[in-house]
Write a protein that binds this ligand. Structure first.
Ligand code: COA
Length: 153
């Protein structure tokens, strides 16, 4: 599977909206997604093939030296091919570039694939938000990754 990792463009938003609908019971709207486009406080990257088909994406908001991942998804038919691995690796580079001390996220307690993905990339369980999610109601596990260069601070 040939693809590149690049910044999300406005033209990608409808496709990303469709993937959100396929992946989540409470998908982000096009407006919410557009509000996450790369700027001074956001990174939004996609894996896309040469025809412009979006295969997966990751969004992150950052404030000072703290990063918060908001969306991670790979289109169902492109899963288990290392696309999420590649997106998280690129996000790691972006986090380093911004000098972040840590990046954090929430994940459904029963989302085994996502938890395995984050653990593989050095995220550790840092807390629990009881009944955080709706449809269905479920706890959120907070997972955080600290960046080595900033750990001693
Ligand atoms: N079961 C267990 N672990 C899985 C998995 C599965 N079905 N799918 C992915 N993983 C984990 C593994 O650790 C895997 O590493 P490995 O191949 O060395 O075992 C790692 O993720 C990377 O796999 P990759 O092929 O890059 O993942 P992917 O491109 O299929 O995407 C998700 C993984 C989680 C992003 C994808 O399943 C998805 O979009 N899920 C729905 C949306 C979602 O839940 N997003 C997270 C919200 S917090």
């Amino acid at each position: 599977m040939e693809y590149t990792i690049r910044d999300v463009t406005p033209e990608d938003i409808p496709q990303i909206g469709q993937i959100e609908t396929l992946c989540f019971s409470m998908p982000w709207t096009a407006e919410q997604l557009a509000g996450q486009m790369k700027d001074a406080q956001h990174e939004f990257i996609a894996a896309a093939d040469e025809s412009g088909t979006v295969l997966g994406y990751v969004g992150m908001m950052f404030v000072l030296d703290e990063g918060y991942i908001s969306n991670v998804a790979v289109s169902p038919k492109y899963r288990r091919q290392g696309i999420a691995d590649a997106l998280i690796e690129r996000l790691d580079e972006l986090c380093s570039g911004h000098g972040l001390a840590f990046v954090s996220l929430e994940v459904r307690a029963g989302n085994v694939p996502a938890i395995a993905l984050y653990e593989k990339h050095g995220f550790a369980r840092a807390g629990l938000r009881k009944n955080y999610y709706e449809r269905p109601r479920e706890d959120a596990i907070i997972m955080t990754k600290f960046f080595e260069s900033r750990q001693e601070l």
